[in-house]
Design a protein. Structure first.
Length: 126
């Protein structure tokens, strides 16, 4: 199935997925008419990719998929075969800056909501 044929790209954080006892995030491409998963990408080391509350998936024109493991601060790009073309670890680690959030979610984090990949022609000023 070709992406763009109505398929939906989803970041599935793995929380409460039937038959799964722990968070195993993945990016999937689903045909909404049939519910068939046409593409599935998972990290071979799930603990490095756990993101139980947020994440993202984007399919640029190059046919790869940019996946953001938000809680781990780790955006990466997967090839159609599921291999990592590149990855980046957000180096900035700090407590949540919002008043009160640091009491709800303690410690230091490098969370990132979502990452996007832009083609060179989309950002000509760079």
């Amino acid at each position: 199935m070709q992406f763009g044929s109505g398929a939906i790209l989803i970041f599935d954080d793995g929380a409460m997925r039937p038959g799964v006892s722990s968070h195993v995030p993945r990016a999937i491409e689903v045909d909404p008419a049939t519910g068939v998963v046409a593409w599935d990408d998972r990290d071979p080391n799930p603990p490095s990719f756990v993101s139980p509350c947020m994440g993202g998936a984007q399919r640029p024109a190059n046919g790869r998929t940019v996946i953001t493991g938000s809680a781990a601060g780790r955006p990466f790009e997967a090839t159609p075969a599921g291999e990592a073309a590149w990855e980046f670890g957000i180096p900035e680690v700090a407590p949540y800056p919002e008043p009160g959030m640091d009491k709800l979610i303690g410690g230091h984090h490098n969370s990132v909501f979502r990452a996007y990949r832009y083609a060179r022609e989309e950002v000509p000023w760079l």
